[in-house]
Design a protein around this ligand. Structure first.
Ligand code: ADP
Length: 498
C-alpha cells in the first residue's frame, strides 16, 4: 500500500518536491533554485531544461531521502508558476527557445493594440481576464512570430505549446501526454472559461494554430504514469493546478464565499464562487479554480497585489530600517499606531483593483515625530490595507460575504500583520498548521484521483488552524483608518506622467 503523495511545486525562482502522508503532513522536502535570465529590460526567461532538471532532481532527492520505491507513492501532483510559456518540438521534446516567464513585458505593445481595437472586450467576455502581457497567449504569438521557422512547424503540427504543467507532464511521461488542466488553461488568454474549450475567435485574432494546443483535462484525474526510467518504476500522475489555485485547494476553500490570501512577494487572493463564473465589475479576474474528475468546474475571483512582502524587503535592503523581515514585527508593536503615517508601496504601479501602472510609492502624513518604527509599521499596515481593497472588490462582485480569511505565504509568520489584517477587515484571519498550501493542494488533487483520500470532506477535516486572529478593533476606528488609506492611495495614483 502506498503511504505518500508526491507534490512537485515548480515555482518562479525554485523547484520543490514535497512528500505528504495520509494525514496531509509534510514528511520530506527538497528545493533547488535555478537561474533567472534577463535578456533585455522588461524581458524575463527561464531555460526549460533547468526547470526540468531542477524539478527532477528534487523529486528524486525526496524519494531517496525517505528510502522509498515508486510503489510507495500513490500519485504525483503538479503545481506550477502560472502563465509561463514553453514551445517545444513534438518529435525531439526539445524547446524551440527559452520559456517566456509571466513577468515578461515584451508583448505589452501587442496588448495595447488589441485594446485599441476593442478586442479586450472579447477576451474579457470569453476568458475572464484583462488583456495584459502577463498571460500566455501573446507570449505564444510572439514565439511563433519571432523564432525562425516556428510558425511553419507549428502549422504542420510539429510543435507543442504548454505552460509549465504541460511541459513537466510531457517530460514525465516520455512525451506520451500533451495536456494541461483547466486552471492553467484559464490563464492562457486563449481558453473560453464558459464553453470549456479553446476560443476560435481569440486563436484567429492572435494567429495561433490549434495544432500546438494541449488537450485540456480536469485538475484531478489519473492522467497516466511516469516513464519507467524516471523513478525506476511507474508512478501515477493524477493532479495539476496553477500555484494560486492549488493553494486555494490546499486551504480547503471548497464552498462559495471561502477565500485565501497568500502573503509572499505580492499578495494573491482567491475567492471560491462555486460553479458560477462571476463577471467582475471591479477589475478582478474571473478564473477557473479547479475541476475534480467529471464534477462541475469550480470558479474563483482573483485579485493580485504586486508589492506586499517585497515592501518589507525594501525596508531592509534599500532603506536599511530593519536587519531582517522578522524584526519588523517587534518594531511595529513598539508603538500604538503610526501617528497618521501611511506608506503606499506602489513601486511598480498598483494592481487590483486599481490597475494603475502610473502610480508610484509614497509616504504621507509625516510629522517631526515620525521615525523608523512609524514607517516600518505603516509599511506592514499597507499590506493589510491593500488586501482590504481587493476584498471589497470581491464582495461587490460576488455578493458573497467572507466568514474568515485563510492565509499562507512567508509573511504570515508576522503576528502583528495578521492581527492588523483581522482588525482592518473585521473578519477573523486563520493561519493553518500546514502553510505549504500550494504543494499540499497539488498533493490533494492527485491523491483524490488516486483514491489515497476519499473526498474533499475528508480533506476539509484535515485542514487544521494553528492560530486564529479575531478582529479586536471597533468599527469606527477601522473605518476611519481605511478611509484615510484611500486618501493616501489617491496621492500615489497617476504619479508618473506618461
Ligand atoms: P515568494 O513565494 O513570493 O518568494 P514567500 O512566501 O517565500 O514569497 O514569502 C517571502 C516574503 O515574505 C518576503 O517578501 C519577505 O519580505 C516576507 N516576510 C518574511 N518574513 C516576514 C515577516 N516576519 N514579516 C513580514 N514579512 C515577512
Amino acid at each position: 500500500m502506498p503511504n505518500y503523495v508526491l507534490a512537485l511545486d515548480q515555482g518562479t525562482t525554485s523547484s520543490r518536491a514535497i512528500l505528504f502522508d495520509a494525514e496531509g503532513r509534510m514528511v520530506a522536502v527538497a528545493q533547488r533554485e535555478f537561474p533567472q535570465i534577463y535578456p533585455q529590460p522588461g524581458w524575463v526567461e527561464h531555460d526549460p531544461e533547468t526547470i526540468w532538471t531542477s524539478q527532477l532532481e528534487v523529486a528524486r532527492e525526496v524519494i531517496a531521502a525517505k528510502g522509498l520505491l515508486p510503489q510507495d507513492i500513490a500519485a504525483i501532483g503538479i503545481t506550477n508558476q502560472r502563465e509561463t510559456t514553453i514551445l517545444w518540438d513534438r518529435e525531439t521534446g526539445v524547446p524551440v527557445s527559452n520559456a517566456i516567464v509571466w513577468q515578461d513585458r515584451r508583448t505589452a505593445g501587442f496588448c495595447d493594440q488589441l485594446k485599441s481595437e476593442g478586442f479586450d472586450q472579447v477576451i474579457r467576455a470569453q476568458t475572464g481576464l484583462v488583456t495584459d502581457a502577463y498571460f500566455s497567449g501573446t507570449k505564444l504569438a510572439w514565439l511563433l512570430d519571432n523564432v525562425p521557422g516556428a510558425r511553419a512547424r507549428a502549422e504542420a503540427g510539429k510543435l507543442a505549446f504548454g505552460t509549465v504543467d504541460s511541459f513537466l507532464v510531457w517530460r514525465l511521461t516520455g512525451g506520451r501526454l500533451h495536456i494541461t488542466d483547466v486552471s492553467n488553461a484559464s490563464r492562457t488568454l486563449l481558453f473560453d472559461i464558459h464553453r470549456h474549450d479553446w476560443s476560435d475567435d481569440i486563436l484567429r485574432r492572435l494567429n495561433i494554430p490549434a495544432a500546438v494546443l494541449p488537450r485540456v483535462v480536469p485538475s484531478s484525474q489519473v492522467y497516466g504514469e511516469t516513464d519507467t526510467g524516471i523513478f525506476g518504476g511507474p508512478i501515477m500522475v493524477a493532479g495539476m493546478a496553477g500555484d494560486q489555485q492549488a493553494a486555494t485547494f490546499g486551504q480547503a476553500c471548497y464552498s462559495s464565499g471561502m477565500a485565501k490570501n497568500t502573503y509572499g512577494t505580492g499578495c494573491f487572493m482567491l475567492m471560491n464562487t462555486g460553479s458560477e463564473a462571476k463577471h467582475s465589475n471591479h477589475n478582478l479576474l474571473t478564473t477557473i479554480g479547479w475541476k475534480i474528475g467529471d464534477q462541475p468546474t469550480q470558479y474563483a475571483l482573483e485579485g493580485s497585489v504586486f508589492i506586499a512582502g517585497a515592501a518589507i524587503q525594501w525596508l531592509r535592503d534599500e532603506m536599511g530600517l530593519i536587519r531582517d523581515a522578522g524584526e519588523s514585527e517587534a518594531l511595529a508593536q513598539s508603538i500604538a499606531d503610526t501617528g497618521g503615517v501611511y506608506v503606499v508601496p506602489a513601486f511598480v504601479g498598483l494592481g487590483a483593483p486599481y490597475w494603475d501602472q502610473y502610480a508610484r510609492g509614497t509616504i504621507v502624513g509625516l510629522t517631526r515625530g515620525s521615525g523608523r518604527a512609524q514607517i516600518v509599521r505603516a509599511t506592514l499596515e499597507s499590506i493589510a490595507f491593500q488586501t482590504r481593497d481587493v476584498l471589497e472588490a470581491m464582495h461587490a462582485d460576488s455578493g458573497l460575504n467572507l466568514q474568515a480569511l485563510r492565509v499562507d505565504g512567508g509573511a504570515v509568520r508576522n503576528s502583528f500583520l495578521m492581527q492588523f489584517q483581522a482588525d482592518v477587515l473585521g473578519v477573523p484571519v486563520q493561519r493553518p498548521e500546514v502553510t505549504e498550501t500550494t504543494a499540499l493542494g497539488a498533493a490533494y488533487l492527485a491523491g483524490l484521483a488516486a483514491g489515497f483520500w476519499q473526498s474533499q470532506a475528508q480533506i476539509s477535516q484535515q485542514w487544521a488552524v494553528s492560530a486564529t486572529f479575531e478582529p479586536r478593533m471597533g468599527a469606527d476606528q477601522r473605518d476611519a483608518l481605511y478611509a484615510q488609506w484611500k486618501r493616501a492611495v489617491e496621492r500615489a495614483r497617476g504619479w508618473v506622467q506618461a
